[in-house]
Design a protein around this ligand. Sequence first.
Ligand SMILES: Cc1cc2nc3c(=O)[nH]c(=O)nc-3n(C[C@H](O)[C@H](O)[C@H](O)COP(=O)(O)OP(=O)(O)OC[C@H]3O[C@@H](n4cnc5c(N)ncnc54)[C@H](O)[C@@H]3O)c2cc1C
Length: 541
Amino acid sequence: MLRLTDLKLPLEHGDDALRAALIARLGIRADDLVGYTVFKRSYDARKRGHIVLIYSLDIELRDEAGVLQRLAGDAQVGPSPDTRYKFVTQVPATGAPGSDFLRPLVIGFGPCGLFVALVLAQMGFRPIVLERGKAVRERTQDTWGLWRKRDLNPESNVQFGEGGAGTFSDGKLYSQIKDPQHHGRKVLTEFVKAGAPAEILYVSKPHIGTFKLVTMIEQMRQNIIDLGGEIRFSERVEDLHIENGQVRGVTLASGEQIRSDHVVLAVGHSARDTFQMIHDRGVYVEAKPFSIGFRAEHPQSLIDTCRFGPQAGHPILGAADYKLVHHARNGRSVYSFCMCPGGTVVAATSEPGRVVTNGMSQYSRNERNANSAIVVGITPEDYPGGPLAGIDLQRQLESHAYVLGGSNYDAPGQLVGDFIMQRPSSEFGSVQPSYKPGVKLGELDSSLPGYAIAAIREALPAFDRQIRGYAMQDAVLTGVETRTSSPIRIKRGDDYQSINTKGLYPAGEGAGYAGGILSAGVDGIKVAEAVALSLMAVKKG
Ligand SMILES: Cc1cc2nc3c(=O)[nH]c(=O)nc-3n(C[C@H](O)[C@H](O)[C@H](O)COP(=O)(O)OP(=O)(O)OC[C@H]3O[C@@H](n4cnc5c(N)ncnc54)[C@H](O)[C@@H]3O)c2cc1C
């Protein structure tokens, strides 16, 4: 197989044109070509009137060696690298211990816990997953309970339950992590096996959307069960048993105790009670930077026109996204985060009496508004007071937002024009906010620390210079966005175990080792590999 990169074609073209272009590029006859697959497809929209698609293709030829020899020195042509993930297939099946005593525990069934469990199950280790929330269909009902009836279930909501925090999301699957062993490819391949569109394997910015994620998660759960794993819902882990620096098991909220020497902690960034518990038990935890801000909503058509010009609305391009950064005079960085094209702003609290925003989309991304978090980076210097002080700050901001919203789970909001001009808003204009149950207009100045308000106020007009109309009067800001990433890190060593508690594997976003669905899945696979190596060593010993 040979890889051809950087093949550019106009937006409007069919398969025949792609085939003809690759034949011409390689200088071969049509009957020399056995077949090809698209490895990557991206677009270059820098010239808005002339957007081009850029392909990387894996190509099978009758005389591959001859073509490679003829095109030696051509930087865009070479043998296809092997991008398959191999660890699972390298583990001898006999390496898996059979006894129940050694079954590894996985706390949390978000993308991280899901991949820990799947990979351990594929290696024959029969993991037990303990998830505090409900199975995904029941959880969906509970999540709608907050959005439609102002009724929050603190154990089953946007943050907690099967599939984890990203289930009701845009399902963006890109990440900037380095991936020499193709863990990311493994995540995407498993998603496709579970029903995700095959294009996620090759488009440059893949996304899945909420509805598809729900059915995929159910399919992956079944795979784990079929391979001997066990998944227990509505089982909150309340305590860890640690003896002489080695984890020995857990206690559930029901009082049940489960013995294990391998416990993966993949609890996400909102498990504040669990963070407190492990800190109280002496597991090493440190404060970590995160970001705070608002959700901004604009008409999607404004973003599409700005990014794609006359080609806005083209089906291959879909709804346009954006990425913005501004370095404010007060030294703070303001940036867009978790942008959801054609999506909605969602209520994302897991604690009563608090308001938190986030965003989601369906696969079609065809809602009227674009939304994105506009956030300011903060560090432990902004919240001194120990490893858990970031949680205190989050809680304080979320409680205040609840009060500003009217103490009924409506979120506080302000129009962008009014926010810039420092005057309260009283009426929506052309942009209707999508946040449910509702948005209460007023003034957002008291909802974040002064330095964050000043930095965002300066950033919005600066963003307008990149996306004309971004600082439009009627765009809506909704607050507060506080759960951008974990406020703590549960530090681990090279063996993926806590630096002071052997057998405890902090993993995923909550532990500070991932920042999205893909990176949480990748971290889950790496942790599963580490657990497997340790279990095999126990078996040999
Ligand atoms: C609304 C929304 C939209 C998002 N959109 C995107 C997106 O488009 N793309 C993207 O890459 N990322 C997105 N994210 C972020 C992404 O969801 C997270 O980065 C990812 O889910 C982290 O995975 P995780 O497995 O580490 O943790 P989580 O997904 O948070 O999973 C942790 C799980 O642990 C469970 N748990 C917690 N404590 C306990 C306990 N004591 N006992 C038992 N179980 C427990 C929780 O119930 C939860 O199910 C979004 C997040 C939200 C909230």
